[in-house]
Design a protein around this ligand. Sequence first.
Ligand code: S3P
Length: 175
Amino acid sequence: MRTPLKIVLVGMPGSGKSTFGKALAMQLNFAFIDLDEAIEKGESKTIREIFEVEGEGRFRELETLYLTKVISGVEGFVLSTGGGTPCFNDNMELINEQAVSVYLEVSHEELLKRLAKDQASKRPMFAGMDRGEIILKLKNLYAQREYFYRRAKIKLSGDDISTELLISELMSFFR
Ligand code: S3P
């Protein structure tokens, strides 16, 4: 496979989609797009405000709307999606039709570590939760989402691996 011109990263919150996506885009000289940021910019509201004021249902509509717009755009990008993006409104089909999808698989322990460090409470899905509640929420979300993530064309496992190693592993699929 030669390097695809549209790469879409999927995975749980805290799996490193944005960090990895930015580094990958730089390496390939592609644009980097963060779907949450595109929504925030387009709607002039934070994701948290959308969740709190308009509800998750409205957020999921917007997510599909912006995904559709971004994914049909000019080639040469790495798109980092939100953790829930592939799991609603047939978004995973859309992603797989238009792009090469990459699932960043990270263990629950590592996700928890990263979310705690990242102040999980700032993420609306985990707002106001203590550690025990976050563990439960992660487990439930993963149980609902695994099916969608596993439909990605490429899977990368990256608990302790550096971004550079992950990139070289991904590039080996394209050679
Ligand atoms: C969500 C994850 C977030 C963001 C929104 C919903 C989810 O993105 O899209 O808060 O449903 O898991 P990250 O995966 O970048 O945290």
